[in-house]
Design a protein around this ligand. Sequence first.
Ligand code: KG4
Ligand code: ZN
Length: 500
Amino acid sequence: MSFIIRGALSADLDQIMAIETECFVNDAWSREVMQSELEASHTYYLVAEVEGNLVGYAGTSQLADSVQADIQTIAVRPNQRGAGIGRALLNELFKDAKRKGAKEIFLEVRSDNTIAQKLYKLFGFKQIGLRKQYYQPDGVDAFVMKTSIIKDVDAKPLVLGIETSCDETGIGIVRGNELLANVISSSMDLHSRFGGVVPEIAARAHLEALGPVLEEALSKANVSLEEIDAIAVTNGPGLAGALMVGVGAAKALAVSTGKPIYAVNHLVGHIAADILDQGKLVTPTIALLVSGGHTSLLLVRDILNDVQLLGETIDDAAGEAFDKVARVLGLSYPGGPEIDKAAQSGNPSAFRFPRGLTLPKDMAEHRYDFSFSGLKTAVARTVELAETNNEEISIPDVAASFREAVVDVLIKKAIAACLDHDIRRLLLGGGVIANARLREYAMSECAANGIELRIPPLSLCTDNGAMIASLGAQLLMAGNEPSSLDFSADSTLSVTQIQS
Ligand code: KG4
Ligand code: ZN
């Protein structure tokens, strides 16, 4: 929906009063009061219009030469909320107040109007007082709020993102679409002797890493916590205990600083990573996310409203398969980079390993799903058989043949999704994107099929906080309300739930 903001005219009075009485049922201003507000020389009123109809208005009062301005009122019709109209009105009022030399802006808001309070917090307002039973006839208290941060309202929001869904403790800071800091502490080494991520160890490591990672991120971005406009945090999917640490920390930060919070989806965060690299996300796009924790094929029509799961792994994640096969081959954890290295000198056709869910009968039911457990078993059997027969087996050949099987399925299914939906764009994400053969094969297959390939830098592909901050910033800039503090960690959060 597109709207315009313009100065209020006396001729708008009828429509303004209709909105006033709709929004403030019991304590609406009278027509006379509204008219004198609109006509007074020390007030500045704006209206928002959609297709010629008024949908909202807001105004300030500021005496000549005063460094203080007051927000008098703001109203947006209930059926037009959530589209950023309130934010846009306040933005313009702030600009005007700043132009006229304001250093502080005050307002009063009903204590039960949490929607308006959240909006004001986004603009840096803090509660400085309480007026008991200020609103009559219902006797509701007023919060007095003030901001001295006369923000550069055209500046993009500064968002801090917290990611703890698996074994990376990530905190990133973005300003709008721009990356300022991306600090990651991985507990991978602690898991190496177990050959895979141990959830309890990951959760504890997050707890220890969060403080130092936060400090480093703020210092890299050269901002203070006070300047941050909003906090974003991954609340799923991922490991339950690990997610809880990040969610708890983010809520504590939000409460102690009074900042709004956005609970966001980890998988959609991977997609938002691309915005930090190229400044925007071109949609629609197919996205293939492959890591130690997930293997998902997504159709993204709109990153904030329309992300669809086409398919995912029905057993192991792709990275997990690399880690498990590395173990079978006596290579260290994490297995992906080790197998990638060993495969360089191997023959990818030495062994014909199975390609999961690619037979015609599987393709009917699981066209975009993946399965790697059969492949893992086939590799293990090949290695065992050689051992039993006392035969030398070439680790580079097994690694190369295994890698080829994984990459073959991943890329062929991703390309099929692009062609089936006539979407000539493929975005890759997740730690497995580091795989040399996967990148090479993706490039050649995309080129052959006229598909534009997007691969963000690896530091943004592996799990990180910047991608979470990026998604939070997109939500905020689109006018989405912050999350209410009662959201929880959800290890199986669906990709369609972009914000909780
Ligand atoms: O996204 P990521 O850093 O986070 C988690 O899922 O935790 O991905 C890590 C996964 C591991 O399973 C690792 O073995 C795999 O990505 N990986 C690779 C390569 N580098 C990392 N897999 C294949 N080839 C690689 N070069
Ligand atoms: Zn991930």
